[in-house]
Ligand binder design. Structure first.
Ligand code: 2P0
Length: 320
């Protein structure tokens, strides 16, 4: 029986923004995320009698161009583990583009888990995190549920995620606010490369991440949602400052993104506890309690052209 591997996506509270090794996807800094329950990828892999992999995404066969990244990944995995089998991969993304999340985190985490299962590699969670990272950096964190830290490391064996608290008893929700579903002009891979190479603030970012990671871990331990939100918002804004200070400068923000940032600042003045975090795109994620997120939603309903989806804390890798 072919088992399905399910991985959930995650939102970084301390962002991963810059690699010191492109091939292995070794980051310059640690990062820390929250796994979410609403968005996930289900993947199966079957061994086929062929010298080519066949990849289906959402039930459509991918052409050579579109399957290139996955086939390269499978080639590297075959080389690394010393097997020669090829696969029919079936991957269903329950990460609607309408929710404004990238699917590479859940996608590569589910693929790594599925290959481990099919080839009976018996990888530990740490080894699985490394294998997921080789596909996409943020995927290393989707092996675990709850709060997860990716330890930067400096080689392929010591760069992996560790769980901070997989089942936190905390009233924290994430509201995803979609302002634009178009594909971004500058991929995160290119965006982080430009930031590392040209932003004069990059060395400061490395220092900032190291202190904010310590602070947010303490806030998580204390279940201090206000502190978690303050740190996450500041960290996200600092990441976007790297794009604005790159040369040439660029930004993922659109007018609506800025409008929502201002709205959340105003709502805080009114006593509503909500904070923003933004990835490599224009969509905004809002952190708050169940009550404050309900309040934020009523204000956002007055804005035109935005859709919202609420997520709670999600699990690590599952098989069924
Ligand atoms: C993160 N992002 O920590 C950061 C914050 C986007 C902004 O990880 O090049 O798809 O495949 O390792 O993981 C998105 O980048 O990049 C990302 P690659 P990835 O979630």
């Amino acid at each position: 029986m072919t088992k399905t591997a399910r991985a959930f996506t995650n939102i970084a509270l301390i962002k991963y923004w810059g690699k010191k090794n492109q091939q292995l996807k070794l980051p310059w800094t640690n990062s820390l995320s929250l796994t979410l329950d609403r968005f996930y990828t289900d993947t199966t892999s079957e061994i086929i009698d062929s010298d080519k992999d066949v990849i289906y995404l959402n039930e459509s066969l991918l052409d050579e161009q579109k399957s290139k990244r996955i086939v390269n990944y499978l080639n590297n995995t075959r080389k690394q583990f010393g097997f020669t089998e090829h696969f029919k991969i079936n991957s269903i993304n329950h990460v609607p583009t309408s929710a404004g999340f990238a699917s590479s985190a859940s996608g590569f985490a589910a693929l790594a888990a599925s290959i481990d299962q099919t080839m009976d590699l018996k990888l530990t969670k740490t080894q699985l995190s490394i294998l997921a990272r080789n596909g996409s950096g943020s995927a290393s964190r989707s092996i675990y549920g709850g709060f997860v830290e990716w330890i930067a490391g400096d080689n392929n064996e010591n760069s992996y995620a560790v769980p901070i608290d997989e089942n936190p008893d905390i009233d924290l929700e994430v509201l995803s606010v979609v302002v634009n579903q178009k594909a971004k002009k500058i991929s995160s891979t290119i965006g982080m490369e430009k930031s590392v190479e040209t932003s004069p603030f990059y060395p400061n970012w490395v220092k900032l991440v190291s202190s904010e990671t310590i602070e947010i871990k303490e806030a998580i331990k204390q279940k201090d949602i206000q502190k978690i939100g303050e740190i996450a918002e500041h960290n996200a804004m600092s990441m976007h400052a790297l794009t604005l200070s790159a040369n040439p400068a660029f930004t993922y923000f659109e007018p609506k993104t800025v409008e929502i940032i201002h709205l959340i600042q105003e709502l805080r003045q009114k006593g509503i506890m909500a904070y923003v975090t933004i990835d490599a795109g224009p969509n905004v994620k809002i952190l708050g309690t169940h009550k404050s997120i309900e309040q934020v939603k009523t204000y956002l309903n007055n804005l035109s052209d935005v859709t919202t989806v609420v997520a709670n804390i999600g699990h690590g890798i599952q098989y069924f």
